[in-house]
Design a protein around this ligand. Structure first.
Ligand SMILES: [Zn+2]
Length: 291
């Protein structure tokens, strides 16, 4: 069932929904299969930086068919569209994306409000939701490389600005800077749970945390307890795939068999993450906390 973020995220319970970016249909189907098995909602993301390269206009009809054929609520989300990518946003809405993220966080505050307002106006006409961002999250979205900007150098989102931004733009979800970063961490990040708690007490829209790969289970659950309702996870999916490449390449040349093993790894990892965010009892043992 295709849903937008308004229909899928709730502030009623202390749980968050996983948003996983994809590069191909195998990744998209893995997310739907895992969500179905756990009977939880899920979000499939396509990062703006991958949109053309993975030929999103050709992939999306198949993904939407899979979404329509399941009873589980699933959103199809354009991740980190930049202010200059307004044409891509329109294309995504025409293709049937149910959710758009406009990332104007690098702009001055007033300009971020202006572009976000514009994206909200057009997206709501399509019944699609909009995630905005203020504060700026370190590292580059969609790049699994070890992140170069230290998260400590990025200021946390100012709660008063968050409140003003939501009131001015009418966004449906808000990504905030709380100490996480895109990519792979050098060391365990320090998440500011007080900022999450304060912002969630001041605004009604669900809060989003990006850069979950490498954050400890305890920190993720603490972030959820304090008000995070959507968690973006991507780099870990690339990391387990590369681990599989390395261990399998020396043993066999059977690419099909390799793909099966890789899908198994994605399945295991996505299941673990969904269980963690939803505060479900985590079934898997020997968890790799730091992937
Ligand atoms: Zn992000």
């Amino acid at each position: 069932m295709k849903k937008n973020l308004n229909q899928l995220l709730t502030n009623d319970s202390a749980s968050a929904t996983g948003s996983f970016n994809i590069l191909d249909l195998d990744m998209a189907f893995s997310i739907i299969d895992c969500a179905e098995a756990l009977q939880t909602p899920a979000i499939i993301g396509i990062a703006s930086r991958h949109f053309d390269d993975i030929r999103a206009p050709l992939l999306v009809p198949s993904i939407l068919k899979a979404i329509e054929s399941t009873d589980i609520p699933v959103a199809l989300h354009l991740d980190h569209a930049a202010p200059q990518q307004f044409d891509m946003i329109k294309q995504a809405l025409d293709l049937g994306f149910s959710s758009i993220m406009i990332d104007g966080s690098l702009l001055p505050f007033e300009e971020n409000i202006d572009i976000t307002q514009k994206v909200v106006e057009i997206s709501h006409r399509y019944n699609a939701s909009v995630e905005g961002e203020i504060g700026g999250i370190a590292g580059e979205e969609g790049v699994a490389d070890t992140q170069r900007d230290s998260p400590e150098h990025i200021p946390y989102t100012d709660p008063i600005e968050a409140q003003q931004f939501v009131a001015a733009t009418n966004v449906d979800a808000l990504a905030i800077a709380v100490g996480t970063a895109h990519g792979i961490y050098h060391s365990e990040p320090h998440i500011n749970f007080d900022v999450i708690k304060e912002i969630s007490s001041m605004i009604d829209v669900p809060l989003v945390m990006h850069g979950a790969t490498g954050v400890s289970d305890a920190a993720i659950q603490n972030a959820v307890t304090n008000g995070i309702r959507k968690i973006n996870y991507f780099s870990g999916l690339l990391q387990v795939a590369m681990d599989e490449v390395r261990s399998y390449a020396s043993q066999s040349n059977d690419f099909y068999q390799f793909k099966q093993l890789m899908k198994k790894q994605w399945h295991k990892l996505i299941t673990e993450q969904i269980e963690l965010y939803a505060n479900l009892p985590v079934k898997n043992i020997n968890r790799q906390n730091n992937v």
